[in-house]
Design a protein around this ligand. Structure first.
Ligand code: ADP
Ligand code: MG
Length: 468
């Protein structure tokens, strides 16, 4: 019965949603008209009830008739990673009142906390300043298809830090799509709900600096100890740990300690975990323990609401056609969208002119001109094969001739460097290779350009051609 329901559901929603919300469900038993299913978490249950209850009903009615009933049970692992699941039954009639969506953020005044939280020696009894920005709240993190999963997972974590299966919660996505904002929002919400919890927001860059400093000053143990006291650790831009073996190592130990003690870890990255280079496997595998949720580019509707929200908060009015113009022309980066709004407002108030469409066009042009256009993988393959005077087909072929292999590796290297494509997608576009081959190519190019003069010149020449 459940199989049939599933295939019906699969036909009616996106593959992504199906994979996320239906594949993890386990059918437990069928009695009379009642089907029992087991879901991974309470959050999961609430999400299903909120978003897919109609679909489930239709699917079930088709199979079991009008009297069909669905009974959920929740599989929970306790926070210490104990394997024994404990099961909590919730009849579907009695759905919980608080859904993940209805959380109100109330910002309290910041409590008087220490300005510099990073005094490592004698840290006991010291209150740690969270380093959170209260302006980045859930309230003004607008929801859309592009961020729904990440946002709801963030809320679930904020409701129950360390108590969900989203540990760590890893939020990834391109530049300017809201990773830092969301990371702060989770921390702000936790501080509000659980004032006694120690929350710390830190960028991976600063974390690295602190670690290096602690090694120099011989306070490495204090450094580690400081981080082990934290209840909720938020590390922004962890892709910056790539290539930093010492910092990765210390982070690995801190992470394990926190995780084992049921503390919450929240991470952000501008790449999907598999695409982070030069990172230890054991660390990478831990990043994948919890949930990785992507922030995608916002769709048109979401862009419109983000613009309107920003204008509203700034107390500025703007004609509808200009709002639409902005939403139509700046699509890939919310930070740029906000930047364009700000300079539009600034221009019009400095020059005491109304905000007009022609002013908007000028400003957007500036934005588009100043942001580097992204080259495509096709273009890179063309430039590389022209440079070595070979056909693209040859570059993509299976041949192992040295100069062709090198050209192919250079094409892969530059694709990784200059586009946002994943290793897997680069591989598939350059002669149907897998992601490991691309990774190997990037390493080889780095090694060769350090040891081989002629090769180094290839890299430099191509760099110039591709960046002009
Ligand atoms: P990232 O860290 O991914 O580069 P940020 O978190 O710095 O991006 O976001 C860039 C800007 O866009 C910030 O000013 C942020 O407030 C805004 N922003 C991002 N996502 C949203 C959203 N969903 N709703 C409202 N503002 C957003
Ligand atoms: Mg950021």
């Amino acid at each position: 019965v459940w199989e049939n329901c599933l295939s019906f559901i699969e036909d009616n929603i996106s593959p992504q949603a199906y994979k996320t919300w239906f594949e993890p469900i386990i059918a437990v038993k069928l009695a009379d008209n009642s089907l029992s299913i087991q879901v991974p978490s309470k959050f999961f249950y609430e999400w299903l009830e909120e978003h897919y209850v109609k679909l489930l009903k239709v699917a079930l009615t088709k199979e079991l008739g009008e009297k069909a009933k669905l009974i959920y049970s929740i599989k929970m692992e306790n926070t210490y990673g104990n394997k024994q699941p404990y099961t909590e039954k919730i009849p579907s009639s009695q759905r919980s009142n608080v859904s993940a969506q209805e959380v109100n953020v109330q910002l309290k005044n910041k409590s008087p906390e220490l300005k510099n939280p990073f005094v490592f020696p004698g840290i006991r009894n010291v209150k740690i300043d969270s380093q959170l920005n209260p302006n980045y709240s859930f309230d003004n993190f607008l929801e859309g298809d592009s961020n729904r999963l990440a946002r709801s997972a963030g809320m679930a974590v904020a409701n129950k830090p360390g108590g969900t299966s989203f540990n760590p919660l890893l939020v990834f996505g391109g530049v300017g799509l809201g990773k830092t904002h969301l990371a702060h929002a989770i921390g702000v919400e936790i501080k509000d709900k659980y004032p006694e919890k120690t929350v710390l927001y830190i960028s991976a860059e600063k974390f690295t600096q602190q670690f290096i400093e602690s090694v120099k000053k011989n306070t490495r143990n204090d450094f580690i100890h400081f981080y082990q006291l934290i209840d909720v650790l938020i590390v922004d831009d962890i892709q910056l740990l790539s290539g930093k073996a010492g910092t990765q190592d210390v982070f690995f130990h801190i992470f394990n300690h926190l995780h084992q003690n049921g503390k919450q870890v929240i991470l952000t990255s501008d790449k999907a975990p598999v695409d982070i280079q030069d990172i230890e496997q054991r660390l990478l595998s831990r990043f994948k323990w919890g949930l990785s949720a992507e922030l995608q580019q916002p769709d048109y509707e979401t862009r419109i609401s983000i613009i309107k929200n920003k204008l509203y908060r700034d107390g500025v009015e703007m004609p509808e056609d200009i709002i639409e113009y902005l939403a139509n022309n700046i699509k890939t980066n919310i930070r740029e969208l906000e930047g364009a709004i700000i300079s539009l407002i600034a221009h019009s108030s400095f020059n005491k002119k109304d905000i007009t469409l022609s002013l908007a066009k000028k400003i957007v042009e500036n934005y588009v001109k100043n942001t580097k256009r992204e080259v495509s993988i096709d273009y890179i393959q063309k430039v590389v094969s022209d440079y070595f005077q070979m056909d693209i087909e040859v570059l993509q072929s299976k041949t192992r001739k040295r100069h062709i292999v090198q050209a192919r590796q250079l094409a892969m290297y530059f694709s990784k460097k200059l586009t946002k494509a994943s290793l897997a997608s680069i591989g598939s576009q350059i002669g149907k290779r897998d992601h490991a081959t691309v990774l190997h190519a990037c390493k080889t190019v780095n090694n060769l350009s350090a040891t081989d003069k002629q090769f180094k010149k290839y890299v430099e020449d191509l760099n110039k051609k591709l960046n002009s």
